[in-house]
Design a protein around this ligand. Structure first.
Ligand code: ARG
Length: 562
């Protein structure tokens, strides 16, 4: 529950809006005075009264209840105290009642959100640049789904372009079926790289011919291309499994080729198309942008054209309420142009298209970073992080039974969390050591906290102790933890509204920190009374559920033991 909203809804001050009251409510430095305080100094001018008097009058008018238990006026501040027992009953009741649905809602019922993410290119291995779009998009799919929306994950495959003619040409000259089958995507990529450095004029011409053959549906070219595509997909799907993401559609750019003429016709009909140096373009200088090129002078479509056709297709197919494009900020201009063109076409849904831009990821460890065209493959980063996690676990807990399984959750989780913890637009420098720090703002810290809570609950269960929200007045640590847990549903909502999964990642670290304070300072199994022990066990269980739900939404596994 958002207590500030609760107070703002119930506090009426003539001439002052709810929004202003909400924004003015602050957490006082001295929590013995209250949990929230409203400074009344600003209202003195309106009412021509002293702030102290205003605070006193407002205190007299405010109705206390099971949520806000007391209101007092101190030195021009109006102080509110949360009813701690009421909060405990409410939060623990909800969490234990809803379990893995705690934080879920049906606010999105009947609404569809398309999420275009990951969108890899055929024949190119997954490099670290694809990490953010994949984990951000995956998290957004789960978050929207959790809020009752229909979330449609779309992998807009880069499967069209002259480079595929080059690939076929390189394969015909230097390739070997068995070798490529064995080497998979990396072998395919090597062929392409070799073409770019060794191809002769003649081969370039051949490549253009192969591309033409793919386009015209030639049997051999089509078969080869389909093979490269399936090698790519079986490779990326392995990575998607490890990252816990999946897609509802893999329709790539090539799918839209036959839908382009209709879009071109529509542009023409609206009088938007002009010719520029032989190319067909939509002029956007009025909006401070370069022209949007629809067809090149040779009549060929572009990446942008296929995106235009794809947007119409998605609107028709899914009737989305929002369509998100989780793509790096390098493509800001592309999406601004695309959305503007759709708006100029008079489509009211242009406003529902959102470019979810994010920053770059690089590795702190220079030895592994981009070197002379040598890019960092994501599977190497994952494997290395899992290996490191394994070593750390071996040291910390040599008796851990399923160490490999736990190391996979910890290592992969650290990479995901590393990409999701900061505001998405920020550039990130990934450090293995920082990401695997058990005491840092990390997923492993949260996972370890969960394991700790689970172990308390397991011991309690075997001792026959019950977890129950008894009638206990929460102390400071319990109260802080309760408030943190209570903030989860709002964190999920605002993560969706802002397309910002970092809000959930931050929730997880904050709640884990509060749990650990509670764990260290309050005896749980050794509590003074049975009633208190039951209460603390219930609180422990609630914390575990909220943290588990948060990590799950981010795509991070939660080991039972660590
Ligand atoms: N394949 C593109 C790339 O790697 C990303 C595609 C993003 N989605 C889109 N609808 N444009 O740059």
């Amino acid at each position: 529950m958002d207590h500030k909203a609760y107070i703002a809804d119930r506090l009426h001050i003539d001439g002052v809006g709810r929004q202003e009251i909400y924004a003015s409510l602050a957490v006082p430095p001295d929590l013995t005075l209250g949990d929230y305080a409203l400074p009344c100094f600003r209202f003195a001018k309106i009412f021509r009264k002293s702030p102290a008097l205003i605070a006193e009058e407002l205190a007299g008018q405010f109705q206390t209840d099971g949520v806000i238990s007391s209101v007092s006026a101190v030195n021009g501040y109006l102080n509110f105290k949360i009813d701690r027992k009421g909060l405990a009953r409410d939060v623990i009741g909800q969490v234990l009642g809803r379990k893995c649905a705690y934080g879920a809602s049906d606010m999105g019922a009947g609404k569809t959100v398309c999420i275009d993410y990951s969108s890899v290119n055929i024949a190119k291995p997954f490099h670290i640049g694809h990490l953010s779009t994949t984990v951000l998009g995956g998290a957004l799919c789960r978050i929207f789904d959790f809020l009752g929306y229909r979330a449609v994950g779309i992998n807009h495959l880069g499967d069209y372009g002259t480079q595929f003619g080059k690939l076929i040409c390189a394969y015909k000259h230097w390739g070997d079926r068995e070798e490529v089958e064995k080497g998979g995507i990396h072998a395919v990529n090597d062929l392409y790289v070799r073409f770019n450095s060794e191809a002769t004029e003649e081969m370039e011409a051949e490549a253009r011919e192969y591309f033409r053959l793919i386009e015209s549906g030639d049997e051999e070219a089509t078969e080869l291309f389909a093979w490269f595509k399936s090698l790519t997909l079986s490779y990326v799907e392995k990575i998607y499994d490890r990252l816990h993401v999946k897609f509802d559609s893999y329709l790539g750019e090539s799918f839209y080729i036959d839908k382009i003429p209709a879009v071109v016709e529509a542009l023409k009909a609206k009088g938007l198309l002009t010719e520029s140096q032989g190319a067909q373009v939509v002029a956007l200088d009025e909006f401070g942008m370069p022209p949007f090129i629809v067809l090149r002078s040779d009549g060929a479509s572009l990446y942008a054209t296929r995106d235009l056709a794809a947007a119409f297709y998605r609107k028709k197919t899914y009737d989305f309420d929002k369509c998100l494009y989780v793509v790096a900020y390098q493509q800001n201009l592309h999406f601004q142009q695309l959305f503007k063109v759709i708006e100029l076409m008079g489509e009211p849904w242009a406003k529902d298209l959102v470019h979810v831009a994010y920053g770059m990821v690089s590795l702190e460890d220079g030895a592994m970073s981009t070197r002379k065209g040598k890019v960092v493959w994501l599977e190497d980063v994952l494997s290395r992080c899992v290996e490191k996690a394994k070593a750390i676990l071996a040291e910390k807990n040599p008796d851990l039974e399923n160490r490999d399984e736990v190391a996979e959750k910890v290592g992969v989780g650290a990479v995901i969390f590393g990409a999701l913890y900061n505001n998405k637009i920020k550039d990130i420098v990934f450090s293995y050591d920082k990401a695997l720090n058990f005491d840092g703002e990390t997923s492993v810290y949260v996972q370890y906290t969960c394991a700790r809570a689970a172990s308390v609950l397991e011991k309690a269960a075997s001792a026959g102790a019950k977890a129950e929200c008894t009638d206990v007045e929460p102390n400071a640590q319990e109260f802080e933890l309760l408030k943190a847990i209570a903030s989860f549903p709002d964190a999920v909502k605002s993560a969706a509204e802002n397309c910002e999964p970092s809000i959930i990642a931050r929730f997880a670290v904050d709640a884990a920190q509060k749990f650990n304070k509670f764990y260290i300072e309050c005896k749980i199994m050794q509590a003074e009374t049975d009633e208190l022990r039951s209460f603390r066990l219930a609180l422990t269980e609630a914390a575990l559920i909220a943290l588990t739900n948060a990590l799950t939404l981010l795509g991070i596994g939660v080991p039972e033991k660590m």
